[in-house]
Design a protein around this ligand. Sequence first.
Ligand code: PHE
Length: 500
Amino acid sequence: MEVQQQILYFLDKCDTLYSHQYATSTKLDHQKIVGAIKSLESLGNIISVRQATHKSWECTEEGVDIASNGSHEVRLFKSLPAEGRTVSDIKTNFPNSNFAMGAAMKNKWVKKDGEKIIPAVSAIEDEVQVHLKAILSGAADTVSDKIKTEYKKRKLIKQVDLTVFVVKKGTEFTTSIVKQDTELTKEMIESGQWKDKTFKPFNFKAKGRVELRVGHLHPLLQLRSEFRKIFLEMGFTEMPTNNYVESAFWNFDALFQPQQHPARDAQDTFYVADPATTIEVPEDYLQRVKKTHSTGGYGSIGYQYDWKRDEAYKNLLRTHTTAVSARMLYKLAQDGFKPAKYFSIDRVFRNETLDATHLAEFQQVEGVVADYNFSVKNLMGVIGEFYRKIGLSNLRFKPAFNPYTEPSMEVFGFHEGLKKWVEIGNSGLFRPEMLRPMGLPENVFVCGFGLSLERPAMIMFGINNIRELVGPRVKMELIYDNPVCTINKFKDQPKVGTNS
Ligand code: PHE
């Protein structure tokens, strides 16, 4: 029978139940009784419960030993042969010899005979063992208080406070308990069973989860919004970067990147199978691009090759956001040129071999400034200002090559943590072969720069493997634990004049 049911039958007969006494009489664990009382209590008013403190006696380690092996004095008495043992033999070979001899003498079980201790009676009874056994089994009441006080002094027993429960019948007392349901189901409603069921009341006092982990931005997104703020502060306008699929025309041809260029290979670029080609490209502009590539113009001899429309119409996943910049600059020329500053931060795709610092997709940060009579100095000024704002003031520019910019410069920043110069971006002045076919006036110059979002994020968050920052291996802790504002981490870098 279940303990709960036993308790109810007991109450039915006896009215009051003391948990500790009940545990002793049924030889059940007190904790088990308490558990049963608690679950009965949760059923409503079947029982009423009151807590009380009960002082109970427990045997110490020595007490337990005596309860099972007998008292020292009895053990000594039993160890004596008829002719007795010498005191020195007892002292060296019998544990607790002094106490055992003293107690055995006091009980007149033994007597002294010269050097020896000899038995004085033929049989004895081990009262101490009897008492301790009783206390051990929970029947301390059968042992007188005087004896208990003495044993306490001898450190054979100790008193402990036990929280006990005094249980009485409740206002809805019954001996037949039905298990309460916790859920009202569709079946119960359909069959009408719900009418006869009792339901467990909601526990409105239950504590909910204290910490609600909501509203955390991924570090990359945090950094993206920081970068966006900086661009906006500097008067840049955000470009619409919502098309991941782009035509080769805008991604490469518009940027004066020849159709044989290795970057256009399928090894580097993801081409789209369906739809494989774009619908349209502004025809007059396309014709100007074609002419510039194949025979030149605007003071250039072009690349001198047979430019193919089919190649330009191919759809691909954009390899850089400069494709968007090209669309915006073309639009700027069509709308009637006015100086402009554009930026974008969005995803680009490259057919890379994945490793600790490369993924096949990443976020590109790009800035473009178009104005009259713009120079390399202006470009370096704009870039310097942007990087200074993100906290990198120690910059170096290194000549580089891009098909669409001349001059082109790679930007290096000194990374204090790594103690070395790391490449953080690419930049340049867009070539006339790119700008003039768009219809931009001759005295208009455009500079641009691009960098990845992941590289500075890795530096800021101290991440060595990009796969810990992006993708399925990202740990939630990274997202939970990073502070909201991160850009200050870069700002701690010491300023050592710009090296150009
Ligand atoms: N598109 C370049 C890249 O992919 C970045 C860049 C943008 C360079 C604008 C020059 C001008 O790295």
